[in-house]
Design a protein around this ligand. Structure first.
Ligand SMILES: CC(C)(COP(=O)(O)OP(=O)(O)OC[C@H]1O[C@@H](n2cnc3c(N)ncnc32)[C@H](O)[C@@H]1OP(=O)(O)O)[C@@H](O)C(=O)NCCC(=O)NCCS
Length: 183
C-alpha cells in the first residue's frame, strides 16, 4: 500500500470488479492507449474480473484509488534486477478525473517505490505521440523524451509515432516546483 494525499496505490479487493465495470471503456481514454476507439467491445463483468485478477497476480501492480473509489491502475512491468530498471504503465478510467493532477500523484508514488524500496536506476515507458496529457504528466515527474518510433501505432487506420520516455533515479521530480535556475 502506497499512500499519498490525493491517491492511494493498493492491492485489489473484491468490490473493485463492480467499480471497474462501472467505469467501462471510454472511447477517448482507449484512444490514449493507442487502441481503436471502436475496436473494443463494452467491458463485461467477466472482463472487469480479469482486470482485477491481473493486478492481483502482478508482483508490482496497484489499484489507483481516489476518494475511496477505484480510479485506475499502475504497474511496473518487466522489472530487471540486473540492470535495475522497469517499465511503467498507468491508466485512469474516469474521464471526469483526468487532468487534475491525480495521474502524476500516482506516477510519483510508483516512482518513489521504484527508486526507493526497489532500488531501481531507471524507469521507462512508451506513449503514443498524440497523448499530450500523458506526456505532460510524465514530464512533470521527471521523464524526458529519449526517442521516437516513427509510425509505430496504427489507430483508426492512421499511423502515429510512439514516444519513448525515461527517468533516472536522480531525475525523479517529486513535486511541481521548477528546478532552480543555475546562477
Ligand atoms: C495519462 C494519465 C495517467 C495522466 O494523468 P492525469 O491526472 O490526467 O494528468 P495530470 O493532471 O497529472 O497532468 C496532465 C497535464 O496535461 C495537461 N492536460 C490536461 N488535459 C490535456 C489535454 N487534453 N491535452 C493536453 N494537455 C492536457 C494538464 O494541464 C497537465 O499539465 P501541467 O503540467 O501543465 O499541469 C491519465 O490522463 C490517463 O490515465 N489517461 C487515460 C489513459 C492514458 O493515457 N494512459 C497512458 C498511456 S501511455
Amino acid at each position: 500500500m502506497l499512500q499519498g494525499p490525493a491517491v492511494t496505490l493498493r492491492p485489489p479487493r473484491p468490490k473493485d470488479v463492480a467499480e471497474r465495470l462501472a467505469l467501462g471503456r471510454d472511447p477517448g481514454i482507449m484512444r490514449m492507449f493507442g487502441a481503436d476507439a471502436t475496436g473494443w467491445p463494452p467491458l463485461t463483468e467477466a472482463g472487469a474480473g480479469r482486470w482485477v485478477e491481473d493486478i492481483a497476480a502482478h508482483p508490482h501492480a496497484w489499484v489507483v484509488e481516489h476518494e475511496e473509489r477505484l480510479l485506475g491502475a499502475v504497474r511496473l512491468d518487466a522489472l530487471d534486477q540486473q540492470d535495475a530498471r522497469a517499465r511503467l504503465a498507468i491508466g485512469l478510467y474516469d474521464p471526469g478525473k483526468l487532468g487534475k493532477g491525480l495521474g502524476r500523484a500516482a506516477v510519483r508514488l510508483a516512482l518513489a517505490h521504484a527508486f526507493g524500496t526497489l532500488g531501481l536506476h531507471r524507469v521507462s515507458l512508451r506513449v503514443v505521440a498524440y497523448n499530450a496529457r500523458a506526456i505532460r504528466c510524465y514530464a512533470a515527474c521527471g521523464f524526458v523524451v529519449e526517442g521516437r518510433e516513427r509510425e509505430a501505432a496504427l489507430v483508426g487506420g492512421e499511423r502515429h509515432d510512439d514516444i519513448m520516455m525515461g527517468v533516472l533515479a536522480r531525475e525523479f521530480r517529486t513535486n511541481d516546483e521548477q528546478p532552480e535556475a543555475a546562477p
